[in-house]
Ligand binder design. Structure first.
Ligand code: PLP
Length: 279
């Protein structure tokens, strides 16, 4: 198959799939999701993504329709149906189906899965960012499908000719990006916002921190400000789709470019780790 859309046991090319209007995703975005990459039909960091997926569902009291091992086998069987093994694999569970009402419906949850071809990005091209005020709520650690502020920020970045938008809380705390985590290198040390309720604990962030430990780069998980971002030796953006990107401009002002050695060590480590795990 070229693409695959799965919904509660039925699947087809994504464009042929339809879902019930009363799915809670339609009314409230009442669901959680996760997404992973596949190369050569091998899933990368699947256990970490599934752990976060099940944790997000539990935090919102959404009952998962199957156990983790069964879900893993389902994902693997769908991956094998694809024409290419280089894929973006997305999964979401919504809180079931019912007439619009804020309280929980009396129905089982719905499982969505989509697969589409995607090549990985090696991070050699620097990117540009904008900053936006972080007006989101205080549950950003839950990977819910409710992403309106992230969507508005991502679109603002696109309209500014940039790749990502960095969120900054009132009070001047840099949190994360619209669909990535952001980190800085300063004096040979990696600084990254703590994995609290203000950011999504990115899987790529966790791999970046592990890479720092292997490469003897100290890690400081304390919040940093816009000024520290702008004055960093390097600004690094990570996500499952784009492992390790270097920013060269924020809000039209040149940034980073002062510690290419450490950036390149990290980028290479993460790319090699991915290529090795999926060869
Ligand atoms: N922060 C937000 C808001 C995200 O949506 C994402 C990815 O979807 C990330 C961070 C990065 O997470 P990961 O590295 O697991 O892809």
């Amino acid at each position: 198959m070229k693409t695959l859309g799965y919904y509660n046991g039925k699947y087809d090319e994504i464009e042929n799939m339809v879902v019930p209007m009363n799915d809670r995703s339609c009314w409230f975005g009442d669901g959680v999701y996760d997404a992973q990459q596949c190369r050569n039909y091998h899933s990368f960091a699947q256990d970490e993504h599934l752990d976060r997926f099940y944790r997000s569902a539990a935090m919102l009291k959404i009952a998962m329709p199957m156990e983790k091992e069964e879900f893993k086998a389902l994902l693997d069987s769908l991956v094998r149906k694809m024409d290419t093994g280089d894929l973006f694999v997305y999964y979401q569970v919504s809180r079931g189906t019912g007439m619009r009402s804020h309280v929980f419906p009396d129905s089982p949850s719905n499982l969505w899965i989509t697969l589409r071809p995607e090549e990985f990005v090696d991070g050699t091209e620097p990117i540009r960012l904008i900053t936006v005020e972080d007006t989101r709520y205080f549950h950003c650690n839950i990977k819910t499908t409710n992403l309106i502020p992230n969507i508005m920020a991502a679109q603002a970045a696109r309209e500014a000719g940039c790749t990502e938008a960095v969120f900054i809380r009132p009070g001047n705390q840099v949190t994360e990006c619209a669909h990535s985590n952001v980190h800085i290198l300063k004096n040979g040390c990696l600084r990254t916002a703590p994995a609290d309720n203000l950011i999504l604990p990115g899987i790529a962030r966790a791999h970046l921190i592990k890479a720092c430990h292997v490469l003897d780069i100290p890690v400081d998980e304390t919040p940093f400000t816009r000024e520290e971002l702008m004055g960093a030796d390097e600004v690094i953006v990570t996500s499952t789709g784009d492992f390790c990107l270097r920013a060269e401009m924020i809000d039209g002002i040149p940034v980073g470019g002062k510690d290419l050695l450490h950036f390149e060590m990290l980028r290479k480590y993460l790319v090699d780790e991915y290529l090795e795990a999926t060869k």
